[in-house]
Design a protein around this ligand. Structure first.
Ligand code: SF4
Length: 495
């Protein structure tokens, strides 16, 4: 990047090569936002240019010099922008670039977006002369105006006063919500083009982000409308249209145009993506997803936990951070998926895998946050950390509430059976040479595909007072992973 006179005044380097730079705890001067403190970033379009003091940065709250080394502080960054070509639709687009441009600043780590932002400033940067967040603000404005020339005027207000951040956060959340709601009336079949976003390829080179009306970007920051606005105003930028092409699979959301884009954008790593699938040809995930989904094979269901969740334990025994490690990196990972929170509201939400009928567990704070999106009949069937702590407790819960995964998930959209279920009823067949006594078997006996236990060797004995040829025998196999080809139950002579 060409250095400008102004850039030379900054006590830190500014260069795209610093994108992806991590500031570890040991080398950290302060942390802003993140898990411990509230934070957000917001771009607001100002239609009256006279209302913007171009290039000005103001700060409300303590500055870097007033902060304790190693401390964690609240952080908000609000930018007002004006430009003749700018319209309200571009707010989210410009806002998402804050991550990119601030990542060019050496010693300044910016992660995530919206109300999830997490910033760390290195000790090294402070040692080199970084004294004030205003310097960061000035550098950010300079980058915005250099990279996006349609921004004619820009002013920033940074806030570190925690009460002020909390106050502003409510309004910011209302604005994010209003942006998200806008896309809910538009669906994949209503448009001819989806949009790609390559912004995160700097750290996840094979990531293929496809934004469609029914699938908001996994970072949650780019809807189909936002992507369209970005592609129009910045055709050389990271967003470009993807012609849908022919629909290969309307349930999974697979299109020839998306598959071609997958090959092109992943440099041949992936050749197909189903936009609304969890387990088969899933969308890739970089590192910015708002929510991580994980498959729980023991119950053939899916769990969800979001960034910033207060819940530390999932039934698979891993917190968000560890799960996120499995999800990210721009890979198509079977069994893990990163999504934006708004995708829960999509009528096509993982519909290939059964949609909400496949969801067995959610972090309680996430479940509460998207309560409106959950179909009424599933609300009490999805466990949280409050009801279950382990897989075994989850299995018991799911059986108790008669969750669809127990007997097999039927896809609502086309009535197809997606899973067979792990606790289907095993009915005794008509008396035969193999099932001599016609013994009824208790509902709840798990059956699955892989034969692990030689059933012939399982002792089955009817006991207790009055046991005779007509006494029902119960077979209960816990945590078994078996298939049943044949059951032979014999009554011993004289019993
Ligand atoms: S997560 Fe995807 S949509 Fe969001 S900024 Fe990154 S590449 Fe773009």
């Amino acid at each position: 990047m060409a250095e400008t006179e102004e850039e030379e005044k900054f006590p830190f380097d500014i260069n795209p090569m610093y994108e992806g730079e991590r500031v570890r705890k040991a080398g950290m001067y302060v942390e802003l936002g993140g898990q411990g403190k509230p934070g957000y970033e917001l771009v607001l379009f100002e239609p009256d240019p006279e209302q913007i003091k171009d290039g000005e940065v103001s700060l409300i709250g303590p500055d870097l010099e007033d902060m304790e080394e190693g401390g964690n502080y609240a952080y908000a960054m609000i930018y007002k922008v004006y430009g003749e070509q700018i319209e309200k639709d571009l707010e989210a687009v410009i806002e998402r670039r804050n991550h990119e441009y601030q990542s060019y600043i050496q010693g300044y780590m910016h992660l995530n977006q919206r109300s999830e932002i997490w910033v760390r400033i290195s000790k090294e940067a402070v040692k080199k002369g970084l004294k004030s967040l205003k310097q960061i603000g000035k550098a950010t404005i300079m980058l915005f105006k250099a990279e996006l020339p349609f921004i004619e005027k820009m002013e920033a207000t940074f806030i570190t006063d925690e009460e002020e951040v909390e106050r502003g956060l409510e309004e910011a959340n209302r604005i994010y919500e209003a942006r998200d709601v806008k896309t809910r009336g538009l669906h994949d079949e209503d448009v001819d083009e989806f949009y790609q976003c390559t912004l995160c390829q700097s750290f996840a080179p094979t990531n293929v982000c496809v934004v469609s009306p029914d699938r908001i970007a996994l970072c949650g920051a780019m809807s189909w409308f936002d992507s369209r606005a970005a592609a129009r105003i910045d055709p050389e930028g990271p967003n470009a249209p993807i012609p849908k092409g022919d629909c290969i699979d309307p349930i999974g959301g697979e299109y020839t145009g998306v598959n071609e884009a997958a090959v092109r954008l992943s440099s041949g790593e992936y050749d197909s993506i189903k936009l609304h699938s969890f387990l088969e040809k899933p969308h890739t995930s970089c590192g910015c997803f708002e929510v991580a989904g994980f498959y729980i094979p023991e119950v053939e269901g899916i769990g969800w936990v979001h960034r910033g969740s207060k819940v530390t334990d999932t039934p698979i025994g891993l917190p968000f951070s560890t799960i996120a490690g499995s999800v990210g990196g721009g890979k198509q990972v079977k069994g893990f998926l990163g999504i934006g929170i708004q995708y829960f509201y999509s009528p096509k939400f993982i519909q290939y895998d059964g949609g909400w009928r496949r969801v067995v567990w959610m972090a309680s704070d996430l479940k509460a946050r998207v309560a409106e999106a959950i179909p009424e009949e599933m609300k009490d069937k999805i466990a949280t950390e409050k009801e279950v702590k382990t897989i075994e407790e989850l299995r018991e819960f799911l059986q108790r509430v008669d969750h669809p995964v127990v007997k097999g998930v039927i896809r609502e959209v086309d009535g197809e059976r997606v899973t067979e279920g792990w606790a289907v009823e095993v009915k005794a067949e008509a008396p035969s040479a193999e099932l001599e006594e016609g013994v009824p078997v208790e509902e709840g006996v798990p059956t699955a595909s892989a034969a692990q236990v030689p059933l012939a060797s399982v002792p089955i004995v009817a006991s207790g007072a009055g046991a005779n040829a007509n006494t029902p025998i119960r077979i209960i196999l816990k945590d078994a992973d078996i298939s049943i080809g044949k059951i032979i139950v014999k009554r011993k002579e004289g019993k």
